[in-house]
Design a binder for this molecule. Structure first.
Ligand SMILES: Nc1nc2c(ncn2[C@@H]2O[C@H](COP(=O)(O)OP(=O)(O)OP(=O)(O)O)[C@@H](O)[C@H]2O)c(=O)[nH]1
Ligand SMILES: [Mg+2]
Length: 478
């Protein structure tokens, strides 16, 4: 779903990867990708316009977090706007003080009303309620039977009668009161398109049962058409919200994104499969992540913002620029990486990584990092500060203390020495030698592009600062 949006953003994000801050042109590029992707997803044009304007504001209006790369900043802004458009937080279903709570379902033919009625009943049951289903679709002969079969599967009573839809609804409600059911879900008949007879029928059911919730069930495979239909339903029925079905299909998804903008009502539940448990409350943030197809990236962004300790990084950077880089500095960098999860995960989560790099990353053995950390931790402070004092017997002690081998310790020390040498060259203006950016002790597979992207705001010193931020980051393969 919405593959195009995540693809576009991914491409954009890799092209932004090397830059320190977003230029106006970058922002325009980003917005144009977002606009195209949304239109491709059949999102309503006014919703698209409002969306891109809001993303633009997010990207230009505030001071952006320096813990994020430009690509991440764009993704974050789009994600936040998606969450907002999808309705912010989840609607909380409350219950009538005088039960039963009445839920009316309406919608076009085949949207998924009957299936949804059963799923909803199952959901209420899980909330500790005692629901009852009412089969008020007398249009299709098999509709009552369909609901009865579903009700049996979930152990929920189904009320039916061969009178007329309004009477069935009224009598069903009375029956629920009589036998003490606290939630009543009314399934109604669908039509191919909105017509007066359909509207009159649901209206009269609504009038006689005064539902606490009136949900319109819409097929998530449809685009903005569904939403215009929804608007017309809303005009006659005062909807509480929408239930979107068939999100398991490779939908363009315009309906989901346009709903709030066009109908002014949130999506409350979502269904993503034919099975009765393929159903849950609609979570805008989860949906936004799914639309972006980058759930992990977003987790990373959040965590990077939360955990990246800018002061530690900055302090290391300063020492580094002065030509000092000790194993302690290295360890603190490693810990920054660590805070964000395993190396393999981290690499997978990085936006802008090519598929190849991701694949390589998934092969990176986190035990490599564990080993490096264990070795450094087994050193005394003076050894960390001055590794040249580490002689044979110290090596053996460190190897034993870290549960590794002398050759592993040697390997780390050799690579660290190389790294230190290059850092010194850099500090004396030697530029960035090729091969820098390998974690000592970790085989070079892909590169570890972590660390802050460099402050994006600065008093004209952006370039210099960025370089500084970049340099701190051990392995750097950007
Ligand atoms: N894959 C998938 N199929 C679904 C989903 N929800 C409903 N369906 C299927 O869509 C078809 C129509 O669902 P119904 O629940 O009968 O739709 P309805 O709105 O009650 O249809 P009418 O009563 O004819 O108006 C059925 O085959 C369902 O199994 C879903 O989330 N995913
Ligand atoms: Mg039905």
């Amino acid at each position: 779903m919405f593959d195009s949006l995540s693809d576009r953003l991914e491409r954009l994000s890799s092209s932004l990867r090397s830059r320190g801050r977003l230029s106006e042109a970058d922002v325009d590029d980003a917005l144009s990708e977002v606009r195209t992707a949304l239109l491709e997803a059949d999102v309503e044009v006014s919703v698209v316009r409002a969306f891109t304007a809001a993303v633009k504001e997010r990207l230009t209006g505030e001071v952006l977090s320096t813990a994020l790369s430009p690509g991440q900043q764009v993704i974050k802004a789009v994600h936040e706007q998606l969450v907002e458009v999808l309705g912010g937080s989840t609607l909380k279903v409350t219950y009538a003080s005088a039960p039963p709570t009445v839920v009316l379902l309406a919608g076009l033919q085949g949207a998924g009303k009957t299936t949804t009625a059963a799923k909803l009943a199952r959901w209420f049951k899980q909330q500790g309620r005692q629901p009852m289903l009412v089969a008020a679709d007398l249009q299709r002969p098999a509709a009552v039977e369909q609901l009865r079969v579903l009700g049996e599967q979930i152990g929920v009573d189904v009320f039916s009668a061969s009178t007329d839809p309004t009477s069935v609804a009224r009598d069903g409600l009375a029956e629920a009161r009589r036998i003490g059911r606290d939630v009543v879900i009314i399934d109604t008949a669908g039509r191919l398109a909105i017509d007066d007879a359909l509207m009159a029928e649901v209206r009269s059911i609504a009038d006689i049962t005064s539902p606490h919730y009136t949900f319109l069930v819409i097929d998530g495979m449809t685009g903005q058409d569904a939403v215009h239909t929804a608007k017309r339903f809303h005009d006659t029925l005062a909807l509480s919200g929408l239930i979107v079905t068939k999100l398991d299909y490779d939908a363009r998804g315009g309906a989901v994104l346009s709903a709030r903008g066009v109908v002014g009502r949130p999506v409350v539940f979502a269904s993503d499969g034919e099975k009765l448990d393929n159903f849950d409350l609609f979570h805008p943030d989860r949906m936004a992540s799914r639309i972006l197809g980058m759930g992990d990236v977003l987790t990373l962004i959040e965590e990077a913002e939360r955990k990246m300790d800018a002061t530690v990084v900055e302090a290391t950077a300063t020492r580094l620029l002065q030509g000092h880089f000790t194993l302690d500095d290295f360890l603190s960098q490693l810990q920054q990486v660590r805070k964000m999860g395993s190396l393999g995960n981290l690499m997978k989560m990085m936006p802008g990584m090519t598929k190849d790099v991701r694949q390589a990353a998934s092969q990176v053995d986190d035990r490599d990092l564990n080993r490096v950390e264990a070795i450094i931790r087994s050193m005394t402070p003076s050894e960390r500060n001055n590794p040249t004092i580490i002689d044979g017997s110290r090596r053996l002690r460190i190897a034993q203390g870290s549960g590794t081998s002398v050759s592993a310790v040697n390997q780390l020390l050799n690579q660290f020495r190389e790294m230190q040498k290059m850092m010194k060259q850099m500090a004396t203006g030697g530029g960035l030698p090729a091969g820098l950016g390998r974690i000592p002790g970790v085989p070079p597979r892909g590169g570890l592009g972590v660390g802050p992207a460099g402050p994006s705001k600065g008093s004209g010193g952006g370039g210099k600062k960025k370089k500084k931020g970049g340099r701190v980051t051990p392995p750097k393969n950007r």
